[in-house]
Write a protein that binds this ligand. Structure first.
Ligand SMILES: CCCCCCCCCCCCC[C@H](O)CC(=O)SCCNC(=O)CCNC(=O)[C@H](O)C(C)(C)COP(=O)(O)OP(=O)(O)OC[C@H]1O[C@@H](n2cnc3c(N)ncnc32)[C@H](O)[C@@H]1OP(=O)(O)O
Length: 257
Protein backbone atom coordinates (compact mmCIF):
# COMPACT_ATOMS: atom_id res chain seq x y z
CA UNK A 1 0.00 0.00 0.00
CA UNK A 2 1.47 3.42 -0.95
CA UNK A 3 2.33 5.97 1.67
CA UNK A 4 -0.65 8.23 2.19
CA UNK A 5 1.03 10.34 4.86
CA UNK A 6 4.11 12.57 4.71
CA UNK A 7 5.36 13.46 8.20
CA UNK A 8 7.79 16.30 8.97
CA UNK A 9 9.15 16.40 12.52
CA UNK A 10 10.61 19.51 14.11
CA UNK A 11 9.42 22.29 16.40
CA UNK A 12 6.75 22.72 13.72
CA UNK A 13 5.53 19.28 12.75
CA UNK A 14 3.44 18.64 9.64
CA UNK A 15 1.31 15.73 8.47
CA UNK A 16 0.38 15.98 4.79
CA UNK A 17 -2.00 13.28 3.59
CA UNK A 18 -2.26 12.43 -0.09
CA UNK A 19 -5.10 10.08 -1.07
CA UNK A 20 -6.13 11.39 -4.50
CA UNK A 21 -8.40 12.73 -5.77
CA UNK A 22 -10.32 13.78 -2.64
CA UNK A 23 -8.19 12.64 0.29
CA UNK A 24 -11.01 10.43 1.59
CA UNK A 25 -10.78 8.68 4.95
CA UNK A 26 -10.34 5.08 3.89
CA UNK A 27 -9.40 2.34 6.31
CA UNK A 28 -5.78 2.57 5.15
CA UNK A 29 -5.85 6.37 5.49
CA UNK A 30 -7.01 5.98 9.10
CA UNK A 31 -4.35 3.39 9.96
CA UNK A 32 -1.57 5.54 8.48
CA UNK A 33 -2.86 8.71 10.16
CA UNK A 34 -2.82 6.83 13.48
CA UNK A 35 0.85 5.95 12.96
CA UNK A 36 1.72 9.49 11.80
CA UNK A 37 0.11 11.01 14.89
CA UNK A 38 2.01 8.57 17.12
CA UNK A 39 5.29 9.71 15.53
CA UNK A 40 4.43 13.36 16.25
CA UNK A 41 3.34 12.63 19.82
CA UNK A 42 6.59 10.75 20.45
CA UNK A 43 8.71 13.62 19.04
CA UNK A 44 10.02 15.52 22.11
CA UNK A 45 10.84 18.73 20.27
CA UNK A 46 7.33 19.27 18.85
CA UNK A 47 5.70 22.60 19.68
CA UNK A 48 2.91 22.74 17.08
CA UNK A 49 1.36 20.42 14.47
CA UNK A 50 -0.17 21.31 11.10
CA UNK A 51 -2.34 18.77 9.27
CA UNK A 52 -3.32 19.26 5.65
CA UNK A 53 -4.29 17.43 2.47
CA UNK A 54 -2.30 17.42 -0.77
CA UNK A 55 -3.69 18.04 -4.23
CA UNK A 56 -5.53 21.29 -3.70
CA UNK A 57 -9.03 19.91 -4.45
CA UNK A 58 -9.91 18.64 -0.98
CA UNK A 59 -8.51 18.89 2.51
CA UNK A 60 -10.57 15.75 2.99
CA UNK A 61 -13.95 14.83 1.46
CA UNK A 62 -14.90 12.59 4.37
CA UNK A 63 -15.19 8.85 4.84
CA UNK A 64 -14.57 6.71 1.78
CA UNK A 65 -18.12 6.14 0.57
CA UNK A 66 -16.86 3.28 -1.63
CA UNK A 67 -16.10 1.37 1.58
CA UNK A 68 -19.64 1.67 2.94
CA UNK A 69 -20.90 -1.43 1.16
CA UNK A 70 -18.33 -3.55 2.93
CA UNK A 71 -19.16 -2.20 6.38
CA UNK A 72 -20.77 -5.18 8.01
CA UNK A 73 -20.22 -6.88 11.34
CA UNK A 74 -16.58 -7.21 12.38
CA UNK A 75 -15.24 -4.98 9.60
CA UNK A 76 -17.58 -2.20 10.63
CA UNK A 77 -16.66 -2.56 14.28
CA UNK A 78 -12.97 -2.41 13.42
CA UNK A 79 -13.53 0.69 11.25
CA UNK A 80 -15.67 2.35 13.92
CA UNK A 81 -13.14 1.71 16.65
CA UNK A 82 -10.18 2.76 14.47
CA UNK A 83 -11.87 5.94 13.28
CA UNK A 84 -12.97 6.93 16.77
CA UNK A 85 -9.46 6.20 18.04
CA UNK A 86 -7.73 8.32 15.39
CA UNK A 87 -10.05 11.31 15.71
CA UNK A 88 -9.62 11.22 19.50
CA UNK A 89 -5.85 10.82 18.99
CA UNK A 90 -5.77 14.00 16.87
CA UNK A 91 -7.92 15.88 19.38
CA UNK A 92 -5.60 14.84 22.21
CA UNK A 93 -2.28 15.87 20.63
CA UNK A 94 -0.54 17.73 23.48
CA UNK A 95 0.73 20.65 21.36
CA UNK A 96 -1.54 23.08 19.47
CA UNK A 97 -2.82 21.70 16.16
CA UNK A 98 -3.74 23.65 13.04
CA UNK A 99 -5.82 22.37 10.11
CA UNK A 100 -4.73 23.94 6.81
CA UNK A 101 -7.80 23.54 4.60
CA UNK A 102 -7.34 23.79 0.81
CA UNK A 103 -10.56 22.83 -0.98
CA UNK A 104 -13.37 20.71 0.39
CA UNK A 105 -13.57 19.81 4.07
CA UNK A 106 -16.70 17.67 4.20
CA UNK A 107 -18.08 15.06 6.57
CA UNK A 108 -15.28 13.17 8.24
CA UNK A 109 -12.92 15.70 6.65
CA UNK A 110 -14.48 18.61 8.52
CA UNK A 111 -14.58 16.35 11.59
CA UNK A 112 -10.79 16.01 11.33
CA UNK A 113 -10.48 19.80 11.25
CA UNK A 114 -12.82 20.06 14.26
CA UNK A 115 -10.32 17.97 16.24
CA UNK A 116 -7.73 20.74 15.69
CA UNK A 117 -7.31 23.85 17.80
CA UNK A 118 -7.08 26.32 14.91
CA UNK A 119 -8.42 26.13 11.36
CA UNK A 120 -7.22 28.07 8.31
CA UNK A 121 -9.00 27.69 4.97
CA UNK A 122 -8.37 29.16 1.56
CA UNK A 123 -11.18 31.36 0.25
CA UNK A 124 -12.53 28.84 -2.29
CA UNK A 125 -12.84 26.07 0.31
CA UNK A 126 -16.21 24.63 1.24
CA UNK A 127 -16.93 23.19 4.68
CA UNK A 128 -19.90 21.03 5.60
CA UNK A 129 -21.41 17.94 7.19
CA UNK A 130 -23.46 16.32 4.38
CA UNK A 131 -23.76 12.91 6.02
CA UNK A 132 -27.56 12.93 6.38
CA UNK A 133 -27.75 13.13 2.56
CA UNK A 134 -26.15 9.65 2.57
CA UNK A 135 -28.36 8.29 5.31
CA UNK A 136 -25.51 8.25 7.81
CA UNK A 137 -24.47 10.44 10.71
CA UNK A 138 -21.53 12.79 11.26
CA UNK A 139 -20.11 9.91 13.28
CA UNK A 140 -16.59 11.17 14.02
CA UNK A 141 -17.50 13.93 16.42
CA UNK A 142 -19.45 16.28 14.16
CA UNK A 143 -22.62 16.22 16.29
CA UNK A 144 -20.51 16.88 19.42
CA UNK A 145 -17.63 19.19 18.52
CA UNK A 146 -19.30 21.58 16.06
CA UNK A 147 -21.88 22.98 18.50
CA UNK A 148 -19.10 23.71 20.99
CA UNK A 149 -17.50 25.96 18.37
CA UNK A 150 -20.37 27.67 16.56
CA UNK A 151 -23.35 27.15 18.90
CA UNK A 152 -26.20 24.66 18.79
CA UNK A 153 -28.41 26.55 16.34
CA UNK A 154 -25.70 26.84 13.69
CA UNK A 155 -24.55 23.26 14.29
CA UNK A 156 -28.11 22.06 13.67
CA UNK A 157 -28.19 24.09 10.43
CA UNK A 158 -24.91 22.43 9.33
CA UNK A 159 -26.05 18.90 10.14
CA UNK A 160 -29.78 18.95 9.39
CA UNK A 161 -29.44 20.83 6.07
CA UNK A 162 -26.08 19.29 5.14
CA UNK A 163 -25.26 22.26 2.92
CA UNK A 164 -21.57 23.32 2.78
CA UNK A 165 -20.66 26.90 3.64
CA UNK A 166 -17.99 29.13 2.16
CA UNK A 167 -14.74 29.86 3.98
CA UNK A 168 -15.83 33.45 4.62
CA UNK A 169 -19.12 32.28 6.16
CA UNK A 170 -17.21 29.72 8.24
CA UNK A 171 -14.97 32.54 9.50
CA UNK A 172 -17.99 34.68 10.38
CA UNK A 173 -19.55 31.95 12.54
CA UNK A 174 -16.31 31.10 14.35
CA UNK A 175 -15.54 27.82 12.61
CA UNK A 176 -12.33 29.20 11.08
CA UNK A 177 -9.43 31.13 12.60
CA UNK A 178 -8.28 32.68 9.30
CA UNK A 179 -9.20 32.73 5.60
CA UNK A 180 -6.28 32.70 3.16
CA UNK A 181 -6.07 33.35 -0.59
CA UNK A 182 -6.58 30.35 -2.91
CA UNK A 183 -3.56 28.04 -2.53
CA UNK A 184 -2.42 29.91 0.57
CA UNK A 185 -3.90 27.84 3.43
CA UNK A 186 -0.67 26.03 4.29
CA UNK A 187 1.43 29.20 4.21
CA UNK A 188 -1.09 30.95 6.45
CA UNK A 189 -1.15 27.96 8.81
CA UNK A 190 2.65 27.99 8.93
CA UNK A 191 2.52 31.67 9.85
CA UNK A 192 0.28 30.90 12.83
CA UNK A 193 2.38 27.85 13.72
CA UNK A 194 5.55 29.95 13.81
CA UNK A 195 3.88 32.28 16.32
CA UNK A 196 2.70 29.37 18.50
CA UNK A 197 6.20 27.87 18.41
CA UNK A 198 7.68 31.01 20.05
CA UNK A 199 5.43 30.73 23.10
CA UNK A 200 6.38 28.94 26.34
CA UNK A 201 5.96 25.27 25.42
CA UNK A 202 4.97 23.97 28.84
CA UNK A 203 2.54 26.85 29.47
CA UNK A 204 1.11 26.35 25.98
CA UNK A 205 0.44 22.64 26.51
CA UNK A 206 -1.17 23.28 29.90
CA UNK A 207 -3.30 26.12 28.54
CA UNK A 208 -4.55 23.93 25.66
CA UNK A 209 -5.56 21.19 28.08
CA UNK A 210 -7.30 23.64 30.45
CA UNK A 211 -9.24 25.18 27.57
CA UNK A 212 -10.27 21.79 26.17
CA UNK A 213 -11.40 20.51 29.55
CA UNK A 214 -13.16 23.75 30.53
CA UNK A 215 -16.26 22.87 28.48
CA UNK A 216 -16.97 19.87 30.69
CA UNK A 217 -16.26 21.47 34.05
CA UNK A 218 -17.90 23.97 36.38
CA UNK A 219 -16.21 27.35 36.61
CA UNK A 220 -15.08 26.55 40.15
CA UNK A 221 -13.49 23.25 39.09
CA UNK A 222 -11.78 24.91 36.14
CA UNK A 223 -10.44 27.80 38.19
CA UNK A 224 -8.92 25.34 40.67
CA UNK A 225 -7.21 23.43 37.85
CA UNK A 226 -6.02 26.71 36.33
CA UNK A 227 -4.45 27.67 39.66
CA UNK A 228 -2.69 24.30 39.88
CA UNK A 229 -1.34 24.77 36.35
CA UNK A 230 -0.21 28.33 37.12
CA UNK A 231 1.70 27.07 40.14
CA UNK A 232 3.28 24.41 37.92
CA UNK A 233 4.71 26.97 35.49
CA UNK A 234 5.73 29.60 38.04
CA UNK A 235 9.33 28.91 39.06
CA UNK A 236 10.17 27.05 35.88
CA UNK A 237 13.16 28.08 33.83
CA UNK A 238 10.71 29.17 31.11
CA UNK A 239 9.03 31.66 33.45
CA UNK A 240 12.39 33.09 34.54
CA UNK A 241 13.51 33.35 30.90
CA UNK A 242 10.25 35.06 29.95
CA UNK A 243 10.68 37.69 32.67
CA UNK A 244 14.37 38.23 31.84
CA UNK A 245 13.64 38.58 28.12
CA UNK A 246 10.92 41.15 28.83
CA UNK A 247 13.30 43.20 31.02
CA UNK A 248 16.03 42.99 28.38
CA UNK A 249 13.58 43.83 25.59
CA UNK A 250 14.42 40.71 23.57
CA UNK A 251 12.54 37.60 22.46
CA UNK A 252 12.59 34.78 25.02
CA UNK A 253 14.36 31.52 24.24
CA UNK A 254 12.30 28.81 25.93
CA UNK A 255 13.77 25.40 26.66
CA UNK A 256 10.66 23.53 27.78
CA UNK A 257 12.19 22.76 31.22
C1 LIG B 1 -20.31 -1.49 15.13
C2 LIG B 1 -20.92 -1.18 13.79
C3 LIG B 1 -20.49 0.20 13.29
C4 LIG B 1 -21.07 0.50 11.89
C5 LIG B 1 -20.68 1.87 11.34
C6 LIG B 1 -19.17 2.10 11.26
C7 LIG B 1 -18.87 3.36 10.45
C8 LIG B 1 -17.57 4.05 10.84
C9 LIG B 1 -17.75 5.16 11.87
C10 LIG B 1 -18.54 6.35 11.36
C11 LIG B 1 -17.63 7.40 10.76
C12 LIG B 1 -18.42 8.53 10.09
C13 LIG B 1 -17.48 9.57 9.55
C14 LIG B 1 -18.17 10.65 8.72
O1 LIG B 1 -18.98 11.45 9.57
C15 LIG B 1 -19.00 10.08 7.59
C16 LIG B 1 -18.67 10.70 6.28
O2 LIG B 1 -17.71 11.42 6.11
S1 LIG B 1 -19.74 10.30 4.99
C17 LIG B 1 -19.00 11.15 3.57
C18 LIG B 1 -19.22 12.63 3.65
N1 LIG B 1 -18.67 13.28 2.46
C19 LIG B 1 -19.41 13.56 1.35
O3 LIG B 1 -20.59 13.29 1.31
C20 LIG B 1 -18.70 14.22 0.19
C21 LIG B 1 -18.93 13.42 -1.07
N2 LIG B 1 -18.27 14.04 -2.22
C22 LIG B 1 -18.82 15.12 -2.86
O4 LIG B 1 -19.83 15.67 -2.50
C23 LIG B 1 -18.06 15.62 -4.08
O5 LIG B 1 -17.21 14.59 -4.53
C24 LIG B 1 -17.19 16.86 -3.80
C25 LIG B 1 -16.25 16.61 -2.65
C26 LIG B 1 -18.10 18.06 -3.49
C27 LIG B 1 -16.36 17.15 -5.05
O6 LIG B 1 -17.22 17.21 -6.16
P1 LIG B 1 -16.57 17.27 -7.62
O7 LIG B 1 -15.51 18.29 -7.68
O8 LIG B 1 -17.72 17.31 -8.58
O9 LIG B 1 -15.82 15.86 -7.80
P2 LIG B 1 -16.50 14.42 -7.90
O10 LIG B 1 -17.76 14.37 -7.12
O11 LIG B 1 -16.51 13.98 -9.31
O12 LIG B 1 -15.43 13.56 -7.08
C28 LIG B 1 -14.17 13.23 -7.67
C29 LIG B 1 -13.93 11.76 -7.40
O13 LIG B 1 -13.77 11.60 -5.97
C30 LIG B 1 -14.75 10.66 -5.50
N3 LIG B 1 -15.18 11.01 -4.16
C31 LIG B 1 -15.48 12.24 -3.71
N4 LIG B 1 -15.83 12.20 -2.41
C32 LIG B 1 -15.74 10.88 -2.03
C33 LIG B 1 -15.97 10.18 -0.80
N5 LIG B 1 -16.32 10.81 0.34
N6 LIG B 1 -15.78 8.84 -0.78
C34 LIG B 1 -15.38 8.19 -1.90
N7 LIG B 1 -15.12 8.78 -3.11
C35 LIG B 1 -15.32 10.13 -3.15
C36 LIG B 1 -15.87 10.74 -6.51
O14 LIG B 1 -16.63 9.57 -6.45
C37 LIG B 1 -15.12 10.89 -7.80
O15 LIG B 1 -14.59 9.63 -8.16
P3 LIG B 1 -14.66 9.16 -9.70
O16 LIG B 1 -16.11 9.21 -10.08
O17 LIG B 1 -13.83 10.18 -10.44
O18 LIG B 1 -14.08 7.78 -9.70
Amino acid sequence: MSDLMRVELGERCEIVWDNPPMNVVSREFTAQLRDALARVSNHRGARVLIVTGAGGRAFCAGSDIAEFEGLRGRVAEDKLLLEKLVYRQLAKVAVPTIAAIEGHALGGGLELALCCDLRVASEQSKLGLPELRLGVLPGSGGTQRLARLVGLARAKEFVLLGEPVTAHRALEIGLLTRVAPKGGALDAARGLADIVATRGPLATRLAKRLLDESVDRTLEEGMALELDASEAVFGTEDMLEGARAFAQKRDPIFTDR
